[in-house]
Design a protein around this ligand. Structure first.
Ligand code: FAD
Ligand code: NAD
Length: 401
């Protein structure tokens, strides 16, 4: 009898942890396991605001997949997933087609544009290594070109960040570190530069602890961030953004961080989904297909206390990966009973750049330098889960204070 085929789509937080768990188990003997990813490297999406602003080199956020995954135990295919043909149990990749018995869908998310005109064409996004190094190069170029201009244009040194959710706030925080360096490097007075955070809701970080939001806004304002709250953006143009009241901000740089939706492969494959996210069963499978596990930003799970979906986070993706690896092992061993997924939310910590952060850990509020240390420890902890101390030493954030 031939071995069952397990195919993992996406080497993000979810896919990598599933692969790392399976390679340590008997599953790699009893089944044929394949991991598919667009690139031959894995990157930590949660660090991307740093290389986007240029406060960290993008290589620190990524690692070769075969440095962490033993490709003698797990086949690795570098290719892009196009579509899942569920009836035929096949995955169509750009360059080939794979058969599966069990599938893990962990392709992450893409920026949500809400169909706002011009976003796709003119805005940058914090999404992948390639998307963030483009932001960094573009920002550097704005500074480099400013002094060469005979007539000075405001849009050159005006940076607009759309959405003051966690991604927008963390990016703005990094920018407050980077801007003084760029001003020094390119002989530009700091007061020529504008950094504007535009948020549609009545507050930054809607839904988060109000005291911590106020703390974050004060820290960021003291470092030169202008907040425009209650201000939905309704259009993005080549050199400006248009606000709800039809006023315009001239800018060459708009970074779009208004939330995410599930990977388009979900919709392309005809799954029943909400904004590209599949509402999964208790054991993390697609309700339509019991051979497909869905984890990370492609999965939707409901918080029973609030009756609202959990926000998509790496924290949940990692926990789902542990459950999925256990459930795959059970299925390969012929067991029928699968583990139910229960999220164990430890808290939320967001950096504000430099040595500042805010967060809630358990029921405790943390802020300032101690929160920033906690944030770095969380980042290192993931590397530890994936590759133990050697990976922490190679890629971790070791400068704590
Ligand atoms: P990802 O980790 O995004 O991985 C998806 C993988 O699939 C990628 O490797 C990608 O290359 C690959 N892929 C995509 N499409 C294809 C395709 N068609 N074919 C092949 N491969 C493909 N969450 C937290 O819990 N804590 C935080 O502090 C935090 N900070 C964040 C900071 C930023 C700046 C951002 C943007 C997000 C942050 N998040 C945080 C959210 C978190 O990053 C996501 O929830 C998490 O990455 C989801 O994991 P995933 O495995 O679903 O997808
Ligand atoms: P988000 O949904 O958390 O925030 C998006 C923000 O954009 C919201 O405040 C929304 O009101 C605003 N917005 C929407 N449309 C707008 C418009 N037209 N004009 C202006 N503002 C608009 O999304 P995100 O910040 O991209 O985060 C994505 C996910 O990643 C979330 O689940 C988040 O919790 C997670 N994340 C977590 C951390 C952390 O824990 N440190 C960091 C980053 C991201």
């Amino acid at each position: 009898k031939s071995k069952p085929k397990i195919v993992i789509l996406g080497a993000g937080y979810g896919g990598m942890i599933v692969a790392a768990r399976l390679q340590k188990s008997t599953v790699v003997k009893d089944a044929e396991v394949t991991l598919v990813n667009k690139h031959n490297y894995h990157y930590q999406t949660t660090w991307l605001h740093e290389p986007a602003a240029g406060t960290m080199h993008h290589d620190q956020t990524r690692m070769k997949i075969d440095d962490v995954i033993d490709t003698k135990k797990i086949n690795f295919i570098k290719d892009s997933v196009v579509e899942i043909k569920r009836d035929e149990k096949k995955v169509v990749l750009k360059d080939s087609v794979l058969d599966y018995d069990y599938l893990v869908l962990g392709l992450g998310s893409i920026p949500e544009t809400f169909g706002i005109p011009g976003v796709q064409e003119h805005a940058f996004s914090i999404r992948s290594v390639n998307s963030v190094r483009l932001i960094k190069e573009h920002i550097d170029y704005q500074f480099a070109s400013y002094n060469k201009q005979d007539e000075k244009f405001d849009e050159t040194l005006t940076f607009v960040v759309a959405g003051a959710g966690f991604t927008g706030i963390e990016f703005v925080g990094e920018m407050t570190d980077r801007i003084p360096e760029l001003c020094e490097e390119y002989d530009i007075p700091r007061d020529k530069v504008r950094l504007i955070s535009v948020e549609a809701a009545p507050t930054a970080l809607p839904g988060f602890d109000e005291e911590l939001v106020e703390y974050a806004m004060n820290v960021l304002e003291s470092r030169g961030v202008e907040f425009m709250i209650n201000t939905p953006i309704k259009e993005v143009r080549e050199n400006s953004v248009v606000l709800n009241d039809d006023s315009e901000i001239k800018t060459n740089t708009i970074v779009w961080t208004t939330g995410v939706r599930g990977n388009p492969v979900v919709d392309n494959s005809g799954f029943d989904a909400m904004r590209g996210r599949i509402k999964v069963t208790d054991d993390l499978r697609s309700p339509e297909n019991d051979d497909i596990f869905v984890i990370g930003d492609c999965a939707l799970i409901i918080n029973e206390e609030t009756e609202r979906p959990y926000p998509p986070t790496a924290q949940i993706a990692i926990q789902q990966a542990y459950t999925t690896a256990n459930n795959l092992k059970a299925l390969v061993e012929g067991k029928k009973e699968l583990e139910t997924f229960k999220p164990d939310i430890k808290g939320t910590v967001a950096s504000l750049g430099g040595k500042e952060a805010i967060g809630v850990v358990g029921k405790r509020k943390i802020y300032g330098n101690s929160a920033s240390v906690v944030k770095k420890m969380i980042d290192n902890h993931y590397l530890f889960l994936l590759g133990g101390m050697p990976l922490v030493i190679k890629k971790g954030k070791l400068k704590m204070f």
